[in-house]
Design a protein around this ligand. Sequence first.
Ligand SMILES: Cc1cc2nc3c(=O)[nH]c(=O)nc-3n(C[C@H](O)[C@H](O)[C@H](O)COP(=O)(O)OP(=O)(O)OC[C@H]3O[C@@H](n4cnc5c(N)ncnc54)[C@H](O)[C@@H]3O)c2cc1C
Length: 316
Amino acid sequence: MVVENIVIGNGIVGQFLALKLYSLGKQVTLVGKGVPFERFLLIHECGFRALESIVEQIPVFHLNGIKAFWEGNIRWTLPFDQWRLRLGTITYHHLWKILQEELQTRNIPIIESHVIRLYEQTGTIVLENNQVIKGNNISLTVPLNEFTNRHKPTLTYRHSKPLYMGWTEMPAHHHWAYQWQSKLGYSLLIPMREKYVFVTTDPENANELSQICEIPLPNSWIKLPLQSHWYLKRQYGKVTLVGDAARRMHPHTGLGLNDTLRQISKKQISFTHKLKDFSLFIGGIFLENCWGRRKWCLPITYKMFSMKLIRNWFWA
Ligand SMILES: Cc1cc2nc3c(=O)[nH]c(=O)nc-3n(C[C@H](O)[C@H](O)[C@H](O)COP(=O)(O)OP(=O)(O)OC[C@H]3O[C@@H](n4cnc5c(N)ncnc54)[C@H](O)[C@@H]3O)c2cc1C
């Protein structure tokens, strides 16, 4: 079987890319199985615009912005409406289901299987049941080193601080995300429509944020040991790396998905694209090393927002 375009990985990026290729009149087959672990997604302006080109309205929980505390005192408030930027939250599964319905409505073929082997020069993939498919163009949203040890990322960074994520089942009544920082670490509280999510460097550290916001702590935490990587080369024979497969960044940047959706929408496979990815890769490491430890890091980051530097480069 030979297909014009194959997208490997049925995650949100794979789904979105398949829908975009279809809208350009291309023949496309999506190959992938399983939804990754549940997580929150903050959708920013660039993500909204990209998603709205496919789905009219994205049912997010709209946020007013972020309030940041340093050791108990409020330091910064970032209201997004002042900058005419939207910010909303949705769970990974919720968005995944919406895009899956769009794929089904358009009858885009989905092969529910894992790929067990990939030959990048011939564009051949082998599925779990040993079925072989050939593609003229293959877009890979799964890290390349899952298939081969020959292609290592140009840069890899294993983050020293694990993140902990936990859910509190309680309908949201705050429209602000809260950020708490102290010398011990940092925590975030993000409201979703039907629940709140806490993210912290240490579950002990989330206590104060829970008290200030009057939201009970989660009953359990998921530990997320994180690693970022960045590929300079993204084309291997007939295979193109897309999204997290081309670069995985720290969730601090809040742009892993948003920026990929924007790049796919703009069909931007250029030097600027790589430069942005690289700055987000470095930005994630910077934030990880400074947040909660250095008081100056927060004002500098927010100053860059208000000087329109960050938002024009990444968000708008
Ligand atoms: C805690 C957390 C919070 C985040 N918050 C945000 C945020 O607020 N905003 C934002 O923009 N980004 C955020 N991100 C980043 C965002 O989640 C990722 O950038 C995005 O999910 C990448 O989508 P993807 O489809 O490329 O990969 P994934 O979502 O990981 O999907 C990959 C798919 O490939 C499938 N697969 C794996 N192996 C194979 C195989 N061998 N064959 C076939 N299929 C396979 C998997 O089952 C999965 O379905 C966050 C990340 C984390 C960890």
